[in-house]
Design a protein around this ligand. Structure first.
Ligand SMILES: [Fe+2]
Length: 386
């Protein structure tokens, strides 16, 4: 299988991995041959990429890993969707206009019942636990987050941030209790977005959804369990230029007790890295999705000013630069401009995978050439644009 941009799909390609919508319905079954109509439908729904059976690898085709099994993802998706819909219904988000009114609704007794152990959010801990248990069986991330439609975006993004957050959290040595808080907090980090009018400015959006999410999640008998600070702090920046409070970070994992509060929490800083990683890979408003190698470069560059430097270092230890199934092109002298697929990730050298070249520098099919980049230190590759 290889991953292909929707814009590069052609009729005749065969679906490699089934595509389900936000309600769990299968949109495209594995093995289906794409037609122009299917491709157009994918574009209309906002999907930006798809796994297809590899046209060049034939019997040697590979099965790229997934961060979560389809069953766990589907359950998480349905729980998030049901819970968010119930909260929106009970708090009347659509009718309310002003930020103050919304703030009041999030701190109300009605909201407190919704966030309690008998409310619709109660299932979130179980979902967070199942994601946690599954994610911890993997040594690295898959390297690509989920394929999202316009309708599934908020839920898929929350699940992806949760998985990435957990993998970083384990690497920095969080306790199980903290990991569970981080997982639930990441699942709910953008819950405040349900109150936000699409037409407001980006700054207002960030201010409002972080504050409203925080008010809602802390309106609980045991606010710790919902990790409201993840909602509040995931748009903060180390240099103090973030929102909503402009907190200044220490760029370290160890908490320095001599620093005067308020300082960002570590789980908030982890969520900030996981959040930006998925946003870059998925493509923010009016921006194309970045290929993984470029996204990781952008994150490396943001370390120190925007993102906690040591958290970024931990993240880079669990994320492949060239995920399995990714189309790549050779950019060094030897076999320059030959292209192919990442066929295996080396878990100890996440930037030096095994590649299989299937096209020459003129784009013509060639007999497959497999190269382990661990042994070929003078050879460099780039991901093809996603
Ligand atoms: Fe956010």
């Amino acid at each position: 299988m290889r991953i292909i941009r929707t814009a590069d799909l052609k009729p005749g390609f065969v679906v490699g991995r089934a595509l389900t919508d936000e309600k769990g319905n299968i949109l495209l079954q594995q093995g289906v041959e794409l037609t122009q109509r299917y491709i157009q439908a994918l574009e209309t729904k906002g999907y930006n990429r798809l796994y297809v059976q590899d046209p060049d690898l034939g019997d040697d085709d590979i099965e790229p890993p997934e961060d979560l099994s389809p069953a766990t993802r589907a359950k998480a998706m349905l729980t998030l969707q049901r819970s968010f819909a119930e909260v929106a219904k009970q708090l009347g988000t659509v009718k309310r206009q002003s930020f103050d009114e919304l703030l009041e609704a999030c701190s109300s007794e009605t909201a407190r019942v919704l966030m309690g152990s008998k409310g619709p959010l109660a299932d979130m801990h179980e979902v967070a636990n199942s994601i946690l248990n599954e994610a911890l069986t993997h040594s690295t991330l898959a390297g690509l987050t989920s394929m999202k439609s316009a309708d599934s975006h908020l839920y898929d993004h929350s699940i992806d941030v949760c998985v990435t957050g957990i993998m970083i959290g384990r690497t920095v040595g969080l306790t199980n209790t903290r990991l569970r808080q981080l997982a639930t907090g990441c699942l709910l980090h953008d819950i405040g977005m349900m109150f936000i009018d699409d037409k407001v400015s980006r700054t207002t959006k960030i201010h409002h959804h972080t504050r409203l999410g925080y008010e809602l999640l802390k309106n609980n008998d045991d606010p710790d369990i919902m990790a409201p600070h993840v909602a509040l702090e995931h748009h903060e920046r180390q240099d103090g230029s973030g929102l909503p409070r402009g907190l200044i970070g220490s760029n370290t994992i160890a908490r320095d007790r001599s620093l005067r509060p308020p300082i960002p929490t570590l789980i908030g800083e982890i969520a900030a890295v996981a959040d930006i990683y998925d946003i870059l890979l998925t493509g923010a408003a009016n921006q194309d999705p970045m290929p993984p190698d470029m996204a990781l470069n952008a994150i490396r560059q943001a370390a120190g000013t925007h993102l906690n430097r040591q958290v970024v270092e931990a993240f880079l230890r669990v994320v492949p630069v060239y995920p399995q199934g990714m189309e790549i092109i050779v950019r060094s002298e030897y076999l320059h401009n030959y292209s192919g697929i990442v066929t295996k990730v080396n878990p100890t050298q996440l930037d030096r995978p095994v590649i299989t070249l299937v096209r020459n520098n003129h784009g013509k099919a060639i007999p497959a050439i497999a190269i382990d980049l661990v042994d070929k230190t003078d050879m460099f590759i780039r991901c093809k644009g996603l």
